[in-house]
Design a protein around this ligand. Structure first.
Ligand code: PMP
Ligand code: GLN
Length: 386
């Protein structure tokens, strides 16, 4: 039996490929972005209590009331955003599903989606499955800014969506107010929706601050904000995500969700509802720990002859391979995994076919790892010398 044309072009994701290679050669895995530690004990206990307390049947399709309430309170607490938990919040199985649901719910085949590249790889796969066409706008090193003319040219009468990811995977860029205003102006001129992926909202390093696009004047009415509990609470395996924003956008997303998974794991919704209400000290400590990890890994990379670009947010750092560069980034990452024992991700996986060459010298490292893991990686990298 042959595969559908919809999936025939998909290979194995770069994350699966490099995690498998890391296991095979016992490399320290700084590739796929998942913490090698658990989130707060009390949040694990909340999930266990929910299971033991009988929260084990289908949740309400648009999300447990407790979680929708917590998402709304969190939006008000951190961004002063007022959303109705009944009609302006919808829960799904991770940000990945919400993004797929939103694309399915908001685009027709032949519509266009503006995407900044590099991009998180599920955007393009979701767009392809929906029959939408992607128009790419490049973020350029070292500061990952974009050309305004290139952005304006990406918008056409067919543009239905523009996906903004801030803080941005894999570059660590935080979009500025001016950039968001410009995106908003272009989107408004075409009647397009801004899909804002903010899964790294709590991983922004001072003096940078997370600027939620929906809070930029004029953008709220056309912005669907997406986030999830995976990164902020170190439970990537729980897959609890949500969308919030104008009723019509949330409803379109929810309509797709009810026939993708119908409902999302109920005990984990209760636990993430608790997590969103953790005190400020949790979020401050979280950022502090990660800043330390970012600085430690960046120093280790420099000492080994790589040239890291300091990320403003996220738990990733992109480095130029410097004198270690092989023929392309896949070759460099395979060499690093096999010969040095440190796995990383080749960023060309996050570029369109046309622009993969832009990433030839880059490597992406994840620093969502214990200090001990990072120290082992640093020791192995040190074998390369300067
Ligand atoms: N968006 C970005 C930018 C990501 O890096 C990730 C990481 N997995 C996701 C979405 C997916 O989040 P989730 O695990 O909640 O599906
Ligand atoms: N978001 C994570 C990363 O970029 C991994 C997501 C995944 O494995 N699909 O590394």
């Amino acid at each position: 039996m042959s595969e559908s044309a919809r999936v025939a072009g998909f290979g194995t994701t770069v994350f699966s490929e490099f995690s498998a290679l890391a296991r095979q050669v016992s490399a320290v895995n700084l590739g796929q972005g998942f913490p090698d530690f658990d989130g707060p004990l009390e949040i694990k206990q909340a999930a266990i209590d929910a299971i033991n307390g009988g929260v084990n049947q289908y949740a309400i399709t648009h999300g447990a009331a407790s979680l929708r309430q917590a998402v709304a309170q969190h939006a008000e607490r951190f961004y002063g955003q007022k959303v109705d938990p009944e009609t302006e919040v919808s829960v799904a199985s991770g940000a990945t599903e919400v993004i797929f649901d939103a694309i399915m719910g908001l685009t027709n085949p032949g519509d266009e989606i503006v995407i900044f590249e590099p991009f998180y790889d599920s955007y393009v796969a979701s767009a392809e499955m929906a029959g939408a066409r992607c128009r790419y706008v490049r973020l350029n090193a070292p500061d990952w800014s974009f050309d305004e003319g290139e952005l304006a040219a990406a918008f056409t009468e067919k543009t239905r969506l523009v996906i903004v990811n801030t803080p941005h995977n894999p570059t660590g860029k935080c979009f500025t107010r001016d950039e968001l205003q410009l995106i908003g102006k272009l989107a408004a001129a075409r009647g397009a929706v801004i899909l804002s992926d903010e899964v790294y909202e709590h991983l922004v390093y001072a003096p940078n601050r997370h600027l939620r696009p929906a809070t930029v004047p004029g953008l709220a009415e056309r912005t669907l904000t997406v986030s999830s509990g995976g990164k902020s609470f170190s439970f990537t395996g729980w897959k609890i995500g949500w969308a919030l924003g104008p009723r019509a956008l949330v409803r379109a997303t929810q309509k797709a969700h009810q026939f993708v998974t119908f409902a999302t794991a109920s005990p984990f919704q209760e636990a993430i509802a608790r997590a969103l209400q953790l005190p400020d000290t949790y979020f401050e400590g979280f950022e502090r720990d990660y800043r330390h990890k970012r600085d430690f890994l960046s120093a280790a990379l420099k000492a080994a002859g790589f040239e890291p670009f300091t990320p403003q947010g996220t738990y990733f750092v992109i480095a130029d391979a410097g004198r270690h560069a092989r023929a392309d980034d896949f070759e460099t990452c395979r060499w690093l995994t096999r010969e040095v024992g440190v796995a990383a991700i080749p960023p060309s996986a996050f570029y369109s076919a046309e622009h993969k060459a832009d990433a030839k010298r880059f490597i992406r490292f994840a620093f969502c790892k214990t200090d001990a893991t990072l120290a082992t990686a640093a020791k192995r990298l040190a074998s390369l010398g300067r």
